[in-house]
Design a protein around this ligand. Structure first.
Ligand SMILES: C[S@@+](CC[C@H](N)C(=O)[O-])C[C@H]1O[C@@H](n2cnc3c(N)ncnc32)[C@H](O)[C@@H]1O
Length: 275
């Protein structure tokens, strides 16, 4: 018998109306599935839905549901385990890098993998790269795995994300390339200037451009992430960056996700013309 799809398997356990409410998509981080939203009408069926997902997808060992938005300085979300192994820690593979994390105490989105590769492909041999707001070090790991930088410095404030970053750097054998620092980006003290600076904190990175400029020289590329209203993309975001920064050239504006029906995640690629 051919393997059943999730919805096929559920069709024997739910009414037609209930089935129509089950979300088609869910994130998978390592062995953990995460439903972003399960409608209230399915409350009594959550365990059946989660157990069915475990039966159909053998690589999924835990099924969870997101119960809060990303919040606070660390941009973390609350999740509830619905079925399977009662753990929130897992190891995810992205673009050849193995990334261990706790999905509740650390920020991580598997949806940004293409965007991370877009950046990794731009890194030239021998570059000094700085990743601000580096989380569990996913940008540094994907860059180290897929390009040949001289060094990557990663700065992250969340102690748990920093702990996983150190472990991930060791497990992927990049101790000679990646240095993870637990610090507030605003106060961090670094040596020298960087060829490329990545700022993946869409909610607020633009307020730390002074730090990026401090570590920039002529030719430094800054990848600045921002949330913006769909209707003002790209002109509104270009104006905002030009208002904040002088002596720069905007190389590209790339939409790399959605935050809500009206809000999008954008990366602005910027070249510094003068230090
Ligand atoms: C949106 S997450 C991105 C994490 C990671 N770069 C990724 O792509 O998965 C932003 C990260 O910035 C960290 N952060 C927020 N404010 C910070 C600050 N002032 N200094 C250092 N890290 C900060 C948060 O803890 C969080 O891990």
């Amino acid at each position: 018998m051919p393997p059943q799809s999730f919805k096929e398997a559920l069709s024997k356990k739910l009414t037609k109306n209930q089935l129509a409410l089950v979300p088609r998509a869910f994130d998978v981080v390592g062995t953990i599935a995460i439903f972003s939203h399960l409608p209230d009408e399915l409350k009594k069926k959550e365990t059946i839905i989660a157990k069915t997902l475990l039966e159909v997808h053998s690589h999924i060992k835990t099924v969870t549901k997101k119960v809060s938005d990303h919040q606070g300085t660390f941009r973390t979300k609350k999740v509830r385990v619905l079925a399977g192994q009662r753990t929130k820690t897992t190891t995810h593979t992205e673009s050849g890098a193995r990334i261990m994390l706790n999905i509740e105490t650390c920020y991580f989105s598997p949806r940004l993998s293409q965007e991370r590769m877009r950046i990794a492909k731009q890194v030239k041999d021998g570059e000094r790269v700085l990743v601000l707001f580096s989380g569990v070090s996913v940008y540094p790991l994907v860059i180290a795995k897929n390009s040949k930088p001289l060094s990557i410095t990663a700065v992250e404030l969340n102690p748990d994300a920093h702990k996983f970053a150190l472990e991930n750097i060791k497990k992927n054998k990049f101790e000679e390339i990646i240095t993870a620092i637990k610090a507030d980006v605003q106060n961090v003290k670094l040596k020298g200037k960087f060829d490329r600076i990545i700022m993946p904190l869409p909610k607020g990175a633009k307020d730390y451009l002074d730090v990026a400029l401090k570590y920039s020289k002529k030719g430094t590329i800054i990848h600045l992430y921002v949330f913006t209203d769909k209707t003002i993309f790209p002109d509104g975001i270009i104006d905002l960056v030009k208002d904040k920064l002088k002596n720069i050239k905007i190389l590209d504006t790339v939409q790399c996700g959605t935050a809500s029906p009206s809000k999008i995640r954008v990366c602005v690629d910027i070249r510094v013309k003068k230090s």
